[in-house]
Design a protein around this ligand. Structure first.
Ligand SMILES: NC(=O)c1ccc[n+]([C@@H]2O[C@H](COP(=O)([O-])OP(=O)(O)OC[C@H]3O[C@@H](n4cnc5c(N)ncnc54)[C@H](O)[C@@H]3O)[C@@H](O)[C@H]2O)c1
Length: 438
């Protein structure tokens, strides 16, 4: 043992999962968890359920499953609640999302129908393509925040959930920069009381979670909890949180391939990425305001991985373009194309073409599960503030203000696993390996 392990409270009782936005991702996650609990499917794509973690030297042969190494909540203990601007229950919403087969959803119907979205805090100025009737009434944003708190207390009473985690699976909000109201807790709370238009609906949910001591994750690229006021609130209240934007699909591929090209000092002249997508998310992203938020999140990845300031001959002036086209016939079955113009020895050009036919919500659902279980673990381990070790799951990972984010998927994975080793007092793994040859 390298050090004393961190004290982690046991995962006793039910864990309540609170989800603003009960669309494709949320319902694929919820239905998936129930299908797995009933033995109708396997949790492929989830580290907490499938992955092992190597401990000690390679000669020791110790590689337990992550879920046997750290005390995670059991799937049987998860209970769910959500909010949406549409009143469809989780069964109806899942059928409309069209991700999972109707035959599977019909088997789960009794369970899914019981999950009915509570009225949402919504502002059409932030998601221009949607309008729904299931909305919270209230004079101010603070009144609405208090109504959300009441929803949460009622859910807890009804289910007996001992602990809670909230994860934003709502639509992508229009692009906003942090402003004065986002700078301090006091300014933010004042802003809630006077309906400051700079406060996005997702920020009302994040505020409520952090105020109540509930860990929070943001699956969309909106600012949400990535503002000084809420970062401070999480610290003061000892709550772990993280974001932003689930890393699935094209960006996930990018963060696998770009580190590989850089590792071999191959240059990149251009990277053109385009997608067709036909689900509700695609419809929302068809609005330039929402797309701008997504674009910022997708574009930053290459800069951080390739570090053009360190390698100007290889990566300066790289032409990086990302497009998303709303194409209804495809539904959730997105198709992405990448054309990468690279160069090698003496500057000779080469090309890579990628055609990824993925299913967005199938890739996102296991990330939701892992984030819920890891945030609950972090809270029981007394960790607070931004959880950078969960960068693995995000396109725009939140970090301390003085740090640049780490985007390389393999560095992110090492960081995640080393954090788990650290929690349990195991040696961190450096991959140095010289000791085997002494
Ligand atoms: N699927 C992926 O691979 C992936 C990857 C990264 C990010 N995301 C993001 O995750 C989010 C969810 O994706 P999705 O495919 O499920 O989208 P979706 O459109 O199917 O679901 C989003 C839901 O949020 C609801 N909503 C919007 N504003 C709300 C509010 N203020 N309160 C409560 N509900 C609200 C909408 O009515 C909708 O039902 C999107 O922001 C998307 O960009 C998804």
């Amino acid at each position: 043992m390298a050090r004393e392990p961190v004290t982690i409270q046991p995962p006793e009782g039910k864990l309540g999962v609170l989800i603003p936005g009960m669309g494709a991702v949320a319902t694929t996650f919820i239905a998936g968890v129930e299908a797995i609990r009933r033995g109708l499917g396997k949790p492929f794509g989830s580290l907490t359920q499938m992955a092992t973690i190597r401990l000690g030297k390679r000669t020791e042969g110790r590689s337990p499953k992550i879920k046997d190494f750290v005390p995670l909540a059991d799937l049987k203990d998860l209970v769910f609640a959500g909010w949406d601007i549409f009143p469809d229950n989780a069964y109806e919403a899942a059928v409309k999302a069209g991700v999972l087969e109707k035959t599977l959803l019909d088997e789960l119907r009794d369970f899914l129908e019981q999950i009915v979205p509570m009225p949402a805090v919504f502002d059409p100025a932030y998601v221009r393509r949607l309008n729904g009737p299931n909305l919270k009434q209230g004079r101010t944003l603070m009144d609405k925040a208090e109504a959300l708190m009441e929803d949460i207390r009622n859910f807890q009473k009804a289910t007996g959930a001992k602990r809670l985690v909230m994860i934003w699976c709502g639509s992508t909000e229009v692009y906003h920069k942090p402003s004065a109201v986002h700078q301090t807790i006091e300014a933010f709370e004042e802003g809630l009381k006077r309906n400051d238009p700079e406060i996005a609906p997702s920020q009302v949910y994040a505020y409520v979670a952090l105020k109540m001591g509930i860990p929070f994750a943001n699956g969309a690229p909106n600012l949400t909890n990535d503002i000084p006021a809420l970062i401070e609130l999480a610290k003061v209240n000892n709550v772990p949180h993280c974001g932003k934007d689930f890393k699935t699909g094209q960006t996930y591929m990018k963060t696998i391939i770009a580190p590989g090209l850089k590792a071999r000092m191959l240059g990149v002249r251009g990277w053109f990425s385009t997608n067709i997508l036909g689900n509700r998310d695609g419809e929302v992203l068809d609005d330039p305001g929402s797309f701008r938020t997504k674009e910022e999140s997708k574009l930053s990845v290459l800069d951080y991985i390739l570090q053009p300031h360190l390698y100007p001959e290889l990566y300066q002036d790289l032409c990086h373009i990302v497009r998303i086209n709303y194409y209804p016939p495809r539904g959730d079955a997105k198709e992405g194309w990448d054309n990468i113009d690279i160069f090698g020895w003496l500057g000779y050009p080469m090309q890579i073409k990628i055609n990824f036919l993925c299913r967005d919500s199938i890739l996102a659902a296991p990330l939701v599960l892992d984030l819920v279980l890891f945030l609950d673990l972090a809270q029981r381990a007394g960790m607070r503030g931004i959880q950078e070790w969960l960068s693995f799951y995000f396109k725009s990972p939140m970090t301390a203000p003085e740090l640049y984010p780490e985007h390389d998927l393999f560095i992110q994975l090492m960081k995640l696993k080393n954090t788990l080793r650290w929690m349990r007092g195991e040696d961190l793994i450096t991959h140095l390996g010289l000791e085997y040859y002494d």
